[in-house]
Design a protein around this ligand. Sequence first.
Ligand code: CA
Length: 246
Amino acid sequence: MSDVSVLEKGQALKKILIIEDERPLAEAVQFSLEKEGYEVDIALDGERGWEMFSGGGYDLILLDLMLPGIEGMEICRRIRGSGSTPVIMLTAKDSDVDKILGLEMGADDYVTKPFNMRELVARVRAVLRRAILEGEVADSKNRRLEVGEIVLDPERHEVTVCGEVVDMPLMEYRLLELFMRNPGKALGREYLLNKAWEGDFYGQTKTLDVHIRRLREKIEKDPANPQHIITVRGVGYRFEAGGSKG
Ligand code: CA
């Protein structure tokens, strides 16, 4: 039953690396995690662990703090420096947890030895779930936004209208991104100012109108009769996919 629980969610098989020099403990953890449907490898010392991690392909690292070869703390730092692979530290009772979870090492979680396998499995699941969610958020932030002839590409930080690249200063770009992420919603002037200027706005709200006017000149077929950026009196602006007759 628990064998399918991980795969049922439609996730790809997750690969876990255990770096732990106590072989019986490492094998017991491997057994428990494999029963849950994970693919699990073991490294019995720090050097081998770092080598295997560097080979790539792991979704989570279980890392012992006290290791022969390269110590756990150093490996954790290196893993952090190389990307976002989550790390759960296996620690002794008197370990400095602040250090482990803090900036110095930056582990995602820890369990204290001796630990209960069920607790470890629950931690592994929680950390993997969080990593998947964070990955999805990052993906959606980079997704191209497309409304009619207007395309905004966050990865390239570029806007095209009818296939032509449009020169867009940062504030106009941010405003357009806000609009395209919230189609059909009336967005208040304060909201737009705060979001586009990231809370760093000290000018007058008239500035907003200037930017909106410039934006309309770039994306509207007839800027005097806008089909996309619609003025909502007393509130602010609303972005429409277009097609409404003006
Ligand atoms: Ca150890």
